[in-house]
Design a protein around this ligand. Sequence first.
Ligand SMILES: [Zn+2]
Length: 168
Amino acid sequence: MASLLSHPAGPLSILFGSGLKLHRNLILICVLLSLLPDADVIAFSFGIPYESQWGHRGFSHSIVFALITGLICSFCFKENKKSVFILATLSTLSHPLFDMLTNGGLGVALWWPFDTGRYFFPWRPVEVSPIGIGNFIGMRGVQVLFSEFLILWLPLMSLSFLTKRLRQ
Ligand SMILES: [Zn+2]
């Protein structure tokens, strides 16, 4: 996984770049949705293997899962349902796309349930974040955060600022 500190870079750059006036609850939900797929680490507690479709980076890292979360969120808001659906889906989907840039672990089951194979992008420059806070503290965490800043935060926020500037 990319670290929990960097997954919000996806929704925050989309939301900022969109220039939409959004309710702060929706912003918070989008940030939480960018973290949601990694709730699947609970599968380890139930003895579900990493490589299972129900394990870490399995079904919760798929496009179908992102579409379902987008749909559920759109039902929870009374207005702008289409925008909520799109923002919530993209926020959730940004998570597996970031994971596909990491250089460790198994790939993500992006095409679940149609294909349970695990996939990465051909270019994987982001240092994989270790699972568990204890493994993250120290030089390993600094390396992960530095690579995430260079590969995720910097380009995405620059693009977001540029998009907003061009719109004005
Ligand atoms: Zn993940």
